[in-house]
Every structure is written in C-alpha cells, then in structure tokens.
Design a binder for this molecule. Structure first.
Ligand code: NAD
Length: 596
C-alpha cells in the first residue's frame, strides 16, 4: 500500500519553492515552508499570497478554498521545523555544495523514514543523496515553472533509490493531479536536456544582434505555437538559475558547447538582471516578481517605424511560382487588397493555381470567415500570366519557385532585367543563402528574404531576411508589407535556418538522440515537452508531421553551415529516412500511422 503523506516540507520559497508549496496545500496536504531568513520567508509568503489571490481573481479558486489553503501552510526560518514531516522537497539555488549541506542537515533533523527529495534541474541527484545516511530514500521530484500550472513532474531515481520510494512518490504525483515520467539520473533529465541548448542558442542570437529580443520571441511563439518565446522564458526561469543549469549541463553532459552559457548571461547575472524576480532581465517588468512587461529603452516605438525608416509604397505585387507556397502567398496578398500578378511557367499551371486559390477562398466563405463579395474582389485583383514580362510595373516580386539555387539565380537575373528600378525583390527560400540570389542581380540592396510559413494564409509569421547588402529601406518596406498583410514580420540575418528553423531543428534532433540513447521513450519525451513546457506537440509528433526527410535536410544544412558538432544529424534520423520511414506522409515515421 502506498505511503500516506499528510505533511510535507518545502525548503526555499523562491521561484519554484513558493509554487510547490501551493501545489501541496491546494491538494489538502499540510506544508511546513522553510526559508533561510525572515525577509526571505516574507518574500515567499507574499509570492504564495500573490499567486492564490490571482487565482481567486480569475475565478479559478474559491475564496474559502484559498483561506483553507493558507491555513495548511506553516512558515518557519531554519530546517529544524521539519522534524516531523513525511517528505521534504528542497528548492534552494542550483549549487551542489549548498544542496549537499542542506541534505546532510535534513538527514539529521528529519525522522529516519522521511523521504528527502530535490527539485534540482541539472545536478546529480546521486551526488546530493550521498550527503545523507539514507541515499535509498533520496529522489528527484522535478516540478516545472509555474508549478501550480504545469502538469508534468519528472521523478528521478538514482541507482540506489528504493523501488517503494519511487512508487510512493509516483502515487503522490497522481494525488497532486500531475503526470509523472520516471527517469534515471542524467543531466537535465528529459525536458531541460532538450530545452536549454535551445534557450542558450536564442540568447546567442540576441547577443550577436542577429535579431531583436521581440523578434526572436515572436518567431518562436508564432512560428512554433510555443506559449512564450525563449528570452521571455529565460526571464521566467531566472537568469541565475538558468546560468547554473547550463553550466552544470555543460560539465555533466559531455561538454557540449551548446550548453556553455553565452557570456552575456554571466554579465547579466553579475549586474543583478535576473529576470522577472529582480524586475529586469531581457525585458523590464513593472516591479520585481511581476509578470507585466513595461517599455524600456530598447522597446520598438509604437509609431510606424517602418515608414519612418523610408519604407516604399507597394500597390502591385508579382508572385512567381505555382506550388503550395506561391498559391498561399497569392491569396494572402489579394485578400489584403494588393493587385497581384501571378506568373507561372505555362497557362495550364496558372489555371491550376487559380483553381487552388478559388477553392481556398471558397472555404473561407463556407466557414463564414470571408464575405462572398470580398472573395470576388480578391479574385478580381489577381491577373494570371505565363511570362515574366508582366512584372515590368510591379512594386514587389515574391519568388516562390523550386528550392534550387541555379533556378532561383536565373530567375533573379531575369527579374533584374525586367523590373523597374526601386522594386523590392523577395525570395521565399527556407534554406538557401539570400545573398546568393541577391548577387545574381545588379541591385542586391533591394533583395530580401520573405520566409512565409505553410499554410501561408493561416500562419501569422514571416521572417524578413536581410543580407549584408540589403538596404535599410528595403528591410523597412518588407516589414511594412508584412504588417499590411496582418502578419508579424521578424527581421533576422542571412544564416541557415533564419530564426525558427535554426532554433527548432537542433532541439528535434536532440530528442532523436535522446531516444537513440534509450534514456526515455518517444511517448514520455513527447509528454515531457507538452506537459512540462506547454509545447503544442511533442518532438516526435512534430517530426512525423514535418517529415523526417525534410527535417534531416534542414539539420544537415545547419550542421554544414555552422559546423557545430552538436548539430550533427542523429544517426537514427538518417536510418529512418534511408528506410523510407518519413513520417505521416509514408504512414510510418517514429510512430506507425497506418491504422489511424
Ligand atoms: N526556475 C525554474 O524555472 C526552475 C524549474 C524547475 C526546477 N528549478 C530548480 O529549483 C531549485 C530552486 O530554483 P529557483 O529558481 O526557485 O531559485 P530561486 O533563487 O528563485 O529561489 C531559491 C530560494 O532558496 C532560498 N534559500 C537559499 N539558501 C537557503 C537555505 N539554506 N535554506 C532555505 N532556503 C534557502 C533563497 O532565499 C531563495 O528564496 C533549483 O534547484 C532549480 O534548478 C528551477
């Protein structure tokens, strides 16, 4: 029979500890909440109060339940108050020596049968456990931030954790309404091992001025459907904690350079810019502990910056190509009121594209999202052509032909001859260097990348790629066009994967490597990312949707361009592609889809 936990102790009431106290108290368990000093205790109490008050204000918690919750929590300074609890969770800063000292002390203070748990994100639970005389009763219980909200708990067993302790803790997680995944003691467990390389990479992009904080965050939210961007997430985690986690993962996890903390992080920590908890990190907050971002000196002005920077007026747009992307892009521009010239390689293809655009617009009408008159007006704005000569008087050309450099270069050379001066020339390439197509023209300053996402009419993001030759006016024009389309345009440099793919695919590749190393299962890894980090799909679900061949090709390009050893494609991914298991499109990828 599972052990009853009627009273638990929580040590450290910071970002995580205060949330963990709330989780237990909400579920009818008495909590002894411990801090190092009276002021820290008061801060912890205030955090708990703030969180439960917000829950009441949002109608998620009854006032009476909040009061009962608070009555279950007993606050104290010092570990001695934990003498009779059934289980302790430690959530003090991520330092091994500190945690070992606390565990040695807990071992002395607590009853012999008490389970001692750590909420560490990256340190070795085994090393913490040997500071006690009861390593078999030491376990990792890794909650996710914010603890009351995120459903996942990673239960970490060491080689000596007693099986009944694991079973008792699993039962406790279920009682708390959490989903647990039980795993062995490895740096970063599942979620952080997959998350922190990505977060550090995003910080590196910011540090090198590859893109702004707003654009990096918007790209990942809108391009991948994540609940928050990587820099906002770093602020939530706390930059000091994130630094320690990266540093530990670097040292414990095979010295992967991707985990070596980006130098900016250390500087920010030293300067006291710790994220939300200190009121300032990558963003500035209303006050310490507040989730409300306020404008600061780097916030983009609300006024139309694009126009101020000399954006050119665009009325008539040419779209070259006849595939999925071209079709979607024609629809997007026509719906937004632009006059569109579609150019394909023949009238037959034009007829097909025209049908596809009509079908898509009709769907909008059937779903009540588009008035019939607006559909007709949009179609009326499109002219269909099979010759580039019809692009002589457009203001913008969007190229969406086959992803082959020679084809694109030849096309841009022709556009250079045909188009009037001052035209913005854009490529939708997702993997070729934009500068290569720009240099096929005599006007590289007017060439940008406009990387739409599929399906273009639905996805709200466009990556605006500026090369080292792109003029500020061209970038401003591209950004203004995105805004006029109702999309968010994020500006970035001309590097493989731009923002979204460069941050997304190495993470997916890492998940494959984790599976390959038999650390966990595809189901548990998918669960961990969805329930622990709020991702809309787990990595293996997403890989099967995107296609393993496509994913492998992108990962190879990233590896070849950046020469980062950690980006080398996972052998398992290569083997699955060789075997023809490409994902949903072949009914088999990481999972078998033949019966669905
Ligand atoms: N921040 C996250 O998103 C996150 C998520 C999961 C796990 N974790 C892990 O949780 C642990 C705590 O991280 P955090 O972000 O909450 O840190 P934090 O800095 O926000 O809070 C740590 C708290 O511990 C207190 N403390 C320090 N020494 C103490 C002592 N001797 N006795 C009692 N209290 C003491 C501090 O006063 C502080 O309030 C770390 O191991 C971290 O890796 C963090």
């Amino acid at each position: 029979m599972a052990r009853e936990f009627s009273t638990v102790g929580v040590v450290g009431l910071g970002t995580m500890g205060a949330g963990i106290v709330e989780v237990f108290a909400r579920n009818g368990i008495d909590v002894v909440a411990v801090e190092i000093s009276a002021p820290a205790l008061e801060r912890g109490r205030a955090t708990l109060k703030g969180s439960t008050d917000r829950a009441v204000a949002k109608g998620k918690l009854a006032e009476a339940d909040r009061d009962a919750l608070h009555e279950r929590v007993h606050f104290a300074v010092g570990l001695d108050a934990l003498h009779s609890v059934d289980l302790v969770i430690e959530a003090v800063p991520e330092h091994l020596d500190l945690k070992q000292r606390i565990f040695a002390e807990l071992d002395r203070v607590c009853r012999p049968e008490t389970i001692l748990a750590t909420n560490t994100s990256s340190l070795s639970v085994t090393e913490i456990s040997v500071a006690t005389s009861r390593p078999n009763q030491v376990i990792g219980i890794h909650f996710f931030n914010p603890a009351p909200v995120m459903k996942l708990v990673e239960v970490v067993r060491t080689v000596v954790t007693a099986p009944e302790v694991v079973a008792d803790v699993e039962a406790l997680c279920a009682r708390l309404g959490k989903v647990d995944v039980t795993i062995n003691d490895r740096a970063g467990f599942i979620a952080n091992a997959l998350l922190f390389g990505y977060l550090n990479h995003a910080v590196g992009m910011f540090e090198s001025h590859y893109a702004t904080r707003e654009d990096i965050d918007a790209a990942m939210k809108l391009g991948c459907g994540l609940p928050m961007g990587p820099l906002a997430l770093m602020d939530l985690i706390g930059l000091d904690t994130a630094y320690e986690i990266l540093d530990t993962m670097y040292r414990r996890g095979g010295r992967d350079r991707r985990h070596a903390p980006v130098p900016l992080l250390k500087q920010m920590v030293t300067a006291g810019l710790l994220g939300r908890k200190s009121g300032r990190g990558f963003y500035t907050y209303e006050r310490p502990g507040s989730p409300v971002v306020v404008p600061d000196e780097t916030t983009p002005l609300a006024t139309d910056v694009a126009l101020a920077d000399g954006a050119r007026a665009i009325a008539k747009v040419g779209v070259v190509g006849s595939g999925t992307m071209a079709t979607g892009i024609i629809e997007v521009f026509a719906k937004a009121g632009y006059e569109v010239v579609s150019v394909t390689r023949g009238m037959e293809k034009s007829a097909k594209v025209c049908e596809a655009v009509k079908t898509s617009l009709n769907k909008g009408v059937v779903r009540g999202k588009l008035a019939e008159a607006d559909r007709d007006a949009a179609l009326g704005r499109i002219s269909w052509s099979a010759t580039l000569d019809h692009l002589a008087d457009v203001d913008l050309v969007v190229e969406a032909v086959v992803e082959e450099l020679s084809v694109k270069k030849a096309l841009f050379a022709s556009l250079d001859e045909i188009c009037k001066p001052g035209v913005l020339l854009a490529t939708t390439t997702s993997s070729l260097p934009v500068i290569d197509v720009a240099m096929a023209t005599q006007r590289p300053a007017d060439v940008v990348g406009l990387h739409f996402f599929n399906p273009a009419p639905v996805m709200p993001l466009v990556e605006v790629v500026r090369t080292i030759r792109t003029s500020p006016e061209a970038t401003a024009t591209a950004r203004a066009v995105c805004a006029a389309l109702g999309k968010t345009g994020v500006v970035c440099g001309d590097r493989s994967g731009f923002i979204v793919n460069a941050l997304l695919f190495p993470y997916l590749n890492d998940a494959v490597k984790m599976l390959e190393a038999s650390y966990s299962t595809a189901d548990d890894i998918d669960h961990a990312m969805k329930l622990g980090c709020g991702y809309p799909m787990g990595p293996f679900e997403l890989l099967d949707v995107v296609g393993l061949d496509v994913s492998l090709a992108i990962q190879r390009e990233l590896y070849l361009e950046l020469r980062e050893p950690g980006f080398a494609p996972a052998p398992l991914l290569e083997h699955l592609v060789t075997a023809g298991y490409l994902g949903r499109k072949t009914r088999r990828g990481f999972r078998d889809h033949s019966h669905r």
